[in-house]
Structure formats: structure tokens, C-alpha cells
Design a protein around this ligand. Structure first.
Ligand code: FE2
Length: 203
């Protein structure tokens, strides 16, 4: 099965994040889709040729997780952006308050997670088994994602996510603008899906 670019997830009219910034970032997302498809084909071909023990196979195997999860995280990320943002549900708010004390404390923790001195991602994850919420910093796309946990809110903090608008030192300003455009209604749907035992669709 070849993956396709999920055009309907492309955000428009964001407040304080330019169309040019989104356009360039979207191009990188498309690259992950292309590379994931290419690697699936390459791995198939190498297997067919009996080259599973080759250096090429090992290399493609490693890159597969990077490209595949790069594609997935970008879909969650673009899917939780909306011009001007939206309101979160009372149940998500209450879950965040019960875990962090206050909504502001969760937000500060999530923002600080995103300010980690590294390229990467800040992700509010939910454990479908315990229903607990936790903020995680993901460095490379494929490293640090807790298996089976579901992303509720994803923020890209690779430099390409903000360089166009805010420059290399602009991450804090970008994070402020990210929060001006968070589709909390979408995050709330993801949360209620996981709460009721459903796996939310990322796009
Ligand atoms: Fe990105």
C-alpha cells in the first residue's frame, strides 16, 4: 500500500504563522511520504534478492522508522492546527488539571518540553491502558515514542517548523504562536476516543 499526502490536513490562515512557513514545512512532510513509500519498495526488493544481511538492508531498515514516523508525526501535528485555534472539551481540561494541578501548569510544562535544547517534538501522549496523560520530548521521529500511546497534541520544534517566520532563535515566539492556533477541539476528540477505547484517526 502506497501512502498518500493528506492534503486535507494542510492548515490555512494561521495567526502569526505565515503561509510561506506552512508551505515549506508541508513540502518536507511530502518528502517523508515519498521516502516512506520508496523505502518500503527498496526493502521489498532487497528481501526478494535475498539481501537481508547486507549493509544496505540494515541502513534502509534504520531509515524506515525515521521516515515512517516522520510522516505520522507531521500528520498529527498539521491535524491539530487550525486558524485561531478552538476550545478544548471540559473532560480534557479536567484530565489535564487532575494530572498537572492547573491547565496553566500543563501548558507551561508542554511549552518547556518543546524548548528542550534539541531538535524534536513535544507530544502530549495518552496511555490507552491507564488513560494517563504525559508530556514527552521526542528527539528523532522514531525515538522516544511510548509504544501504543496515542498523541493528543503534537508540536513540531525542529528548526524548519519556525525558521522562515522566526529565525534560528525564534522557537519561544513560535511556540506562543503555535498555541494561538491549537485545534483543541481536535485534541479533545482524540482524548475522548482514547477514553472510550477507540483509536483516533490521525487524518
Ligand atoms: Fe516538521
Amino acid at each position: 500500500m502506497a501512502f498518500e499526502v493528506k492534503e486535507h490536513l494542510k492548515p490555512t490562515g494561521l495567526v502569526g504563522i505565515s503561509a510561506d512557513q506552512i508551505e515549506q514545512h508541508w513540502g518536507l512532510y511530502k518528502g517523508y511520504v515519498v521516502q516512506t513509500n520508496a523505502l518500503e519498495a527498496e526493502l521489498d526488493a532487497l528481501r526478494k534478492d535475498g539481501k537481508e544481511g547486507s549493509a544496505a538492508y540494515t541502513d534502509r531498515r534504520r531509515r524506515y522508522g525515521f521516515e515512517y514516523n516522520g510522516m505520522i508525526l507531521h500528520e498529527w501535528y498539521f491535524g491539530n492546527l487550525k486558524s485561531g485555534g478552538s476550545e478544548m472539551s471540559a473532560s480534557l481540561k479536567s484530565a489535564l488539571e487532575s494530572r498537572w494541578g492547573t491547565l496553566d501548569a500543563w501548558k507551561a510544562d508542554f511549552m518547556n518540553t518543546g524548548k528542550s535544547r534539541s531538535i524534536g517534538w513535544a507530544v502530549l501522549y495518552m496511555d490507552p491502558e491507564t488513560k494517563s496523560l504525559s508530556n514527552h520530548f521526542i528527539q528523532l521521529h522514531e525515538e522516544g515514542n511510548p509504544a501504543t500511546f496515542v498523541p493528543i497534541l503534537v508540536m513540531d520544534v525542529w528548526e524548519h517548523a519556525y525558521m522562515v517566520d522566526f529565525g534560528a532563535a525564534g522557537r519561544p515566539k513560535y511556540i506562543e504562536q503555535f498555541f494561538a492556533n491549537v485545534d483543541f477541539a481536535k485534541a479533545s476528540t482524540r482524548f475522548s476516543d482514547v477514553s472510550s477505547g477507540k483509536i483516533p484517526v490521525r487524518g
